[in-house]
Design a protein around this ligand. Structure first.
Ligand SMILES: [Zn+2]
Length: 399
C-alpha cells in the first residue's frame, strides 16, 4: 500500500471518532477568555490519539506534537478554541450547542468556525501515527485562545512555537487559501462640552463634528491589492457618554471596522482619518483617532495588551510552500485543489508577520461563519483530516 492509501484507510476508520470529537467540541462552549474546558477536551483527545507530547501554554493554548525522526522542517497546524456568540437560540434550526447531525452535516455554533477544522487538524496529525508513517520534522497542532478578539493566542505562538511553516485551518471548503486582507478597529473620539439641553449655547455638541466626519469618510480614496482586492471600511458602533436625552453630550465615539491591504498600514490609515477629523471639527470640539487596544485576560489568568489589528498577508503564487501544499493535496484528495483568498481575517496574519509562512486549508463554507446556519459536512470533515495528514507529511519532508 502507498503512503496515501494507508492514510485514506486510516481516515475512513477514524471517521466516527472524528465526528464524535467535533460534536463534543461544539457542546463545549468556549467564548473568548472562557476556553478552559475546550482546551482540556483538545488535550485529552490528543493524548488518547497517541501524540508524543501534549500541554497547555501560559496563555492557555492547547498544543500537541508528533516528534519528527530526523532533520525535516517543522510545521504547525493552527486553529483556535474560541467562537463568537450564538445570539438568540430561536434563530437556529437546531440548538446551537447540541452538535446535531442532520443530512450528513454537523450543525451548531462553531461547526465550521472553528470546532470542525480543529477536529480535522487534531485527527490529521493522528492519522500519520495510525497509518504507521513516521515524519521527518516535528508536527505541532495548536488550538489558540482568543482569535475572535485579536489573536492573543497566536501572537504568543508566533514567539514560542517558531515552526518552518503553518497551515491555518479556517474554513476553505477544502480548497487552498494564500492570503486575506487585514482588519483593524479604529475609534474616533470627539469631545465637546456637556450642558443642559434647554441651553445648548452653553455646551459644545460633538454630533455636528461627527456628521461632517461621516460625510467626509465617503470621499476617502481606498488602496487596492491585485490579489486581495480593495480596502473596505464600515462605521459600526456609535456611543455617547450620555444616557439622558435632555443633555448635550460631552463625547461621542464611533468605531470603524477597516479591512486592510499590504499597500497601506494601520499608521497611515489612522493618520488619514485624523486629518479628516481635524478638518471636520467645528464649534470648538476636539478629537482623536486611535487603533483600539484591549487589555485581555486569558482562561489561565495571563494578561496581555492586544491591539485590535490582524495584519493582511499574501503568499506569492509560486511560493514553494504553496506549490508543495497544492501537489500534496491534489495527490491525497484525488482532485485539483483551487487556490483563492479568504474574505475574512485569520491568525495567519500574525504568524506571517512573525516570519512563519502560512497557507490556509480547512473544512466548511466561509460564508456560514458567524451565522446561525453554521454546519460542516461530515464528508468534508473526513477529507480535511486526510488533507491535513498529507500536508503535515509533505511539509516535514526536506524540499
Ligand atoms: Zn470567526
Amino acid at each position: 500500500m502507498s503512503d496515501i492509501e494507508r492514510l485514506r484507510s486510516a481516515a475512513a476508520e477514524h471517521e466516527e471518532r472524528l465526528v464524535a470529537f467535533c460534536q463534543k467540541l461544539i457542546q463545549t462552549r468556549s467564548m473568548p477568555g472562557e476556553e478552559a474546558n475546550a482546551a482540556r477536551a483538545v488535550q485529552q483527545e490528543m493524548k488518547a490519539l497517541g501524540y508524543d507530547d501534549v500541554w497547555q501554554d501560559e496563555v492557555g493554548n492547547a498544543i500537541g506534537v508528533l516528534r519528527g525522526t530526523g532533520s525535516g522542517p517543522s510545521v504547525m497546524l493552527n486553529t483556535h478554541l474560541d467562537h463568537v456568540s450564538a445570539g438568540a437560540e430561536s434563530g437556529w434550526p437546531f440548538p446551537p450547542f447540541e452538535g446535531r447531525i442532520h443530512e450528513g452535516a454537523v450543525w451548531g455554533r462553531g461547526a465550521m468556525d472553528i470546532k470542525g477544522p480543529t477536529a480535522a487538524q487534531v485527527y490529521g496529525a493522528a492519522l500519520l501515527k495510525a497509518a504507521g508513517l513516521p515524519v521527518r520534522g516535528d508536527v505541532y497542532v495548536a488550538a489558540a485562545v482568543q482569535e475572535e478578539v485579536g489573536g492573543l493566542g497566536s501572537i504568543e505562538l508566533a514567539c514560542t512555537t517558531r515552526t518552518d511553516s503553518a497551515v491555518i485551518g479556517e474554513a476553505t471548503n477544502n480548497e487552498l487559501r494564500r492570503g486575506h486582507r487585514g482588519r483593524i478597529e479604529l475609534i474616533t473620539r470627539i469631545g465637546g462640552r456637556s450642558a443642559h439641553a434647554s441651553m445648548p449655547e452653553r455646551g459644545i455638541n460633538p454630533h455636528y463634528s461627527l456628521a461632517r466626519f461621516l460625510l467626509g469618510l465617503e470621499n476617502i480614496s481606498l488602496s487596492e491589492d491585485p490579489f486581495l482586492g480593495r480596502e473596505t471600511f464600515v462605521p459600526t458602533l456609535l456611543f455617547t457618554d450620555q444616557t439622558s436625552s435632555n443633555v448635550v453630550p460631552g463625547e461621542v465615539r464611533l468605531h470603524i471596522d477597516w479591512r486592510t491591504v499590504p499597500q497601506r498600514g494601520p499608521d497611515e490609515i489612522r493618520a488619514e482619518l485624523q486629518r479628516l477629523l481635524d478638518e471636520s471639527l467645528v464649534h470648538g470640539a476636539s478629537g482623536e483617532v486611535t487603533v483600539k487596544e484591549e487589555h485581555l485576560h486569558t482562561h489561565t489568568g495571563a494578561e496581555r495588551d492586544v491591539p485590535a489589528a490582524f495584519p493582511s498577508f499574501v503568499l506569492q503564487e509560486d511560493d514553494p510552500l504553496l506549490l508543495a501544499s497544492r501537489s500534496a493535496l491534489s495527490e491525497a484528495l484525488g482532485r485539483e485543489v483551487p487556490v483563492r483568498r479568504w474574505e475574512f481575517a485569520t491568525d495567519g496574519g500574525h504568524l506571517m508577520a512573525a516570519g512563519i509562512p502560512c497557507i490556509g486549508f480547512g473544512p466548511g463554507d466561509e460564508a456560514l461563519a458567524h451565522t446561525n446556519q453554521e454546519r460542516v459536512p461530515i464528508a468534508q470533515l473526513t477529507e480535511a483530516a486526510l488533507g491535513n495528514a498529507a500536508l503535515a507529511l509533505r511539509l516535514t519532508t526536506p524540499g
